[in-house]
Ligand binder design. Sequence first.
Ligand code: SF4
Ligand code: SF4
Length: 442
Amino acid sequence: MNNLPANPNNASAFDAHHPPSNELIEKCVHCGFCLPVCPTYVLWGQEMDSPRGRIYLMKLAADGAVEMNSNWVSHFDTCLGCMACMPACPSGVDYGKLIEATRAQIERKTLRSSAEKFHRRFILENFTRPDRLRRMRLLLLIYQKTGLQAALRGLGLLHLLPKKLQVMEALLPKLRRREAVAEFTPAVGTKRRRVGLLLGCVQREFFSQVNAATVRVLAAEGCEVVAPQSQSCCGALPVHAGEEIAAVELAKKTIDTFEQAYVDTVVTNAAGCGSNVKEYGHLLRDDPQYAERARKFAAKCKDISELLASLKPRAKRQPLKLRVAFHDSCHLQNAQGVRSQPRALLTGIPGLELAEIPEAPICCGSAGIFNLVQPDTARTLGDRKADLIAPLNVDVVATGNPGCILQMQSALTRHGQKMPVLHFIQLLDASLCGKSIDSLRR
Ligand code: SF4
Ligand code: SF4
């Protein structure tokens, strides 16, 4: 702690609006069980870049022993918010709530450089707006279809771009035909449920095939699906980046929209969005008009794998002769506690063989906007995953979050591994529709 200056006022470094809870901080008994699953501790072996160290830094700031200076902030900027520390903690420390509160304090109280501010603004103001993403997608489609991307990559000219653009370019997926999702899709056969579908932002524009597959599977399993076209971003990226005001506004809009849809369940197929909407009760806890509605809304939210696991399979599964590595998204396995359900869906497909990737708790480096704002660490983690996948000899990598798909596909391509990274629901859809894996690449 010697390079963190003391707070001269000896008062808490946090302001009074939702500081990290002392009660949660005090639950940490410093046992260190969380250290081996923390990606930054695994990479650097530094106590202050571990969950235990970060909680200690929160305590020092709360006690007024340190200021929120750039050194202190850097240990939170390097946290992926992957929540791997939570299931590993025998004392039940809710690190998710602690880091969310800390990040909101950081964004309110500390100054970032103009370049950093502009970069974060650009990400948050574009990646949370499907209309802007749609225009961006069009330009990027032209970039790919005209052969410009291949030419620039082939000639090695991309290194002339600013690093932040290089990072985004490297994550760009191969853009495919956009598949529309109807506002209303009837159930096939007798209706079992009426569900709403959260379309996501990046998912809606860059992985529309995942939403289309989700709707087909739900309908085939007897669910009528309402996908309100007017729905906004759910606020996952802002909340994970500490932008509380923006997150609260987006959460309220999402609740308003889905209340009008009169659904039994709100289905999510992007783990980052799913973990966010399940926490609306906490996010809106102070709002007299929304607190109760937010709790009710959150209770209705389920990942697509959770909902399907609760329904007896009805649609016929056709064989898919594939060996598949399943990658647990952090926001699915750690934040939502969903591990067995996607595996059960995949192993229910005849002919499909599942392979486990070692070091499952360790994040791939995607983590919301982490791979854009901390690209070097993200790249190291992506490379680590690609190295672990290589010996498995799989045909496909399956996961449950668009951010992980982008990050893993980019890492695998860098390592010369050609297998596609798909959402697990695309594999189930392929099995129900009798599609080949090659059709999913096109
Ligand atoms: S959220 Fe992830 S990176 Fe952050 S402290 Fe926990 S395990 Fe480490
Ligand atoms: S496992 Fe829990 S109690 Fe132990 S050091 Fe980590 S956060 Fe603290």
